[in-house]
Design a protein around this ligand. Structure first.
Ligand code: FES
Ligand SMILES: [Fe+2]
Length: 330
């Protein structure tokens, strides 16, 4: 499936009020706005009259009014009013380019092309025992696949996240398994020594991870939470998992916007404390990510070196090839 046929996150839902907001996805400029019912609309950010940006306009009742000559467009994209010719009834061809838009996980998702694809599933979302917090967005000068691969990569923890997610004295990787799923790949039984895997960790511990790529630019990790953070309401502590999703918006082949949605057991800390922790971790990744050359992920496995420890990465690259992904890869 081509990347244009997939759903991608473009802005945080809380950052979109009624007034139009500019965003970008797959080198397409978008104007996002909400009608009086709060329904989100995503249009090409270009008025068909003279090409001005819709995002400079305003919302008037249930219409988007272009800022240049005040043409008004209804929610279906049809032009309904031309102020310079009040008696004129615009034909169907006077129409904005309209895309599909939906809200999920505190983000606005847009699909540019027609298909039967669904927004990637974040299973932890429906678990009321987990508290959800979004972190980001982070604007990163690299491709979406480089970001996903970094999220899947455990062997950098002891170097990039030394003292936080890893330790130089514990960087040898135990073997893990990679499986194919109907939507992507699943890496299980991933073990990492972590000095401070979350906000509350007082001492280091081995953490058991699973990673799932269930869409080309999405990765979800689950991990056993620190038992000391589990409240009495969690009955089955052994099977309980926290979950963190990486949602990437591919803006250009070498520029991406990233959100991290956390589903955590911690209901006490303020959002800002959880976000600051993630900001610190991501701030450690970002310079390395932006230093990688090429910025597009090479799908030819001969282009970079792969060891057995990197098999989640090499499986991810094979999966992107099989999916026919062309944006952000080389
Ligand atoms: S360019 Fe939009 S109304 Fe003229
Ligand atoms: Fe990292």
């Amino acid at each position: 499936m081509m990347e244009t046929q997939l759903w991608h996150p473009v802005v945080a839902a809380q950052d979109l009020d009624r007034a139009p907001v500019a965003a970008a996805l797959l080198e397409t400029e978008l104007a996002l706005w909400r009608d009086s019912q709060g329904v989100v609309h995503a249009w090409a950010d270009r008025c068909p009259h003279r090409g001005a940006k819709f995002s400079l306009g305003r919302v008037v009742e249930d219409r988007l009014e272009c800022g240049y000559h005040g043409w008004q467009f209804a929610t279906d994209g049809r032009c309904r009013f031309v102020p310079a010719l009040p008696a004129f009834s615009p034909p169907a061809s006077h129409c904005a380019q309209v895309y599909e838009a939906r809200e999920a996980y505190g983000l606005i998702w847009v699909r540019l092309g027609q298909s039967a694809s669904e927004i990637p599933v974040f299973a932890a979302e429906s678990d009321a025992r987990l508290r959800k917090v979004n972190c980001g967005p982070y604007l990163v000068q690299t491709s979406a696949p480089r970001l996903v691969e970094n999220f899947l990569d455990m062997s950098h923890f002891g170097f990039v996240h030394e003292g936080w997610l890893g330790d130089r004295a514990h960087v040898a990787m135990q073997d893990y398994e990679v499986h194919k799923t109907t939507t992507g790949i699943l890496a299980t039984n991933c073990q990492a020594w972590q000095p401070k895997s979350n906000l509350h960790s007082a001492t280091g511990s081995m953490v058991d991870y699973t990673y799932e790529v269930n869409a080309p630019y999405t990765c979800i990790l689950t991990k056993a939470p620190d038992p000391s953070t589990l409240g009495a309401h969690i009955v089955d502590k052994s099977s309980f998992r926290e979950s963190i999703a990486l949602f990437v918006c591919p803006i250009t082949p070498e520029t991406s916007r990233v959100w991290i949605r956390m589903a955590m057991t911690d209901f006490e800390s303020p959002d800002s404390a959880l976000q600051n922790f993630q900001n610190t971790i991501f701030g450690q990744d970002q310079p390395v990510l932006e230093s990688q050359s090429p910025k597009r992920l090479p799908l030819d496995l001969r282009a970079e070196l792969h060891t057995v420890a990197d098999k989640a990465s090499s499986s991810y690259r094979r999966y992107l090839s099989e999916q026919g992904i062309t944006f952000g890869v080389c």
